[in-house]
Design a protein around this ligand. Structure first.
Ligand code: ADP
Ligand code: ADP
Length: 226
């Protein structure tokens, strides 16, 4: 687990207005931070700079006390959950969850231990031998989360993970993500458009507008003010 500190982060694509414009934000170890704001305000770009999928134009990204600007994604030890679950259709649930550990050449018994533990937490134990095509949307989303948690990463990053699900499933997954995050106590950054998610999931909400931070507040301060 790790804190995430952003110091004067700027992202300039081409010569237009900066997509992220001097963002400084401290996310505490174990904190659940929500990023909200209108389309195009820089949420995804910021998330991608945390995980290392996008270069930082200027400023410092500090994770667990260490400056990571020049570290490749694989060396940052973070887990990102995308909205399109990106599961491998030809692999079973077990192999999908185990995949990052196989990549890391982890011994089989340790892989088995971690996949069992993750599938326990996510209530996927009965489905380990199935293929993604034979799962419900919610189960697929849980497999994607399983793959994120087996890596025992320093932090979770979510980019609108529930936006393709129907309302009922969204409600269930909200509860699930919240439960999981509390249980693991893992630092989480979560991008959403959905006010209910922002209100119910986060410890704090960061509102972005045109690449800048407009406000950082608790959900209560933000949404329940008179
Ligand atoms: P959000 O996630 O809040 O919708 P983005 O981070 O996707 O916002 O985009 C922020 C701004 O950066 C937008 O103006 C968008 O058009 C621009 N942008 C995003 N990705 C690229 C890219 N790869 N090349 C050029 N401009 C980009
Ligand atoms: P390469 O640069 O070797 O072709 P990639 O850029 O696809 O490979 O990814 C290399 C490593 O970066 C992956 O093994 C993974 O650990 C990490 N990585 C890539 N994308 C993400 C992501 N969205 N979240 C977390 N880690 C990632």
């Amino acid at each position: 687990m790790a804190s995430i500190e952003m110091r004067h982060i700027v992202k300039q694509y081409g010569d237009g207005y900066p997509a992220v414009n001097d963002v400084s934000l401290d996310i505490a170890d174990g904190e659940f931070m929500i990023l909200v704001g209108p389309s195009g305000c820089g949420k995804s770009t910021l998330l991608r700079m945390i995980v290392g999928l996008e270069d930082i134009t200027s400023g410092d990204m500090i994770i667990g006390g260490k400056r990571v600007n020049d570290l490749a994604p694989r060396d940052r030890n973070l887990s990102m959950v995308f909205q399109n679950y990106a599961l491998y259709p030809h692999m079973t649930v077990y192999e999908n969850i185990a995949f990052p550990l196989r990549l890391a050449k982890m011994p089989d018994d340790e892989v088995r231990r971690r996949v069992t533990e993750a599938s326990d937490v996510l209530e996927l134990k009965e489905h380990l031998e199935r293929k993604p095509a034979n799962l419900s949307g919610g189960q697929r989303q849980r497999v994607a989360m399983g793959r994120a948690i087996v890596r025992q990463a320093e932090a979770f990053l979510f980019d609108e993970p529930l936006s393709n699900l129907d309302a009922k499933l969204r409600g269930q997954m909200r509860t699930e993500i919240s439960r999981l995050q509390r249980r693991l106590g893992i630092t989480t950054v979560y991008v959403t458009h959905d006010q209910t998610e922002a209100m119910t999931l986060g410890d704090r909400v960061c509102v972005l507008r045109k690449g800048k931070i407009q406000q950082v507040a608790s959900p209560r301060e933000l949404y329940e003010q008179p």
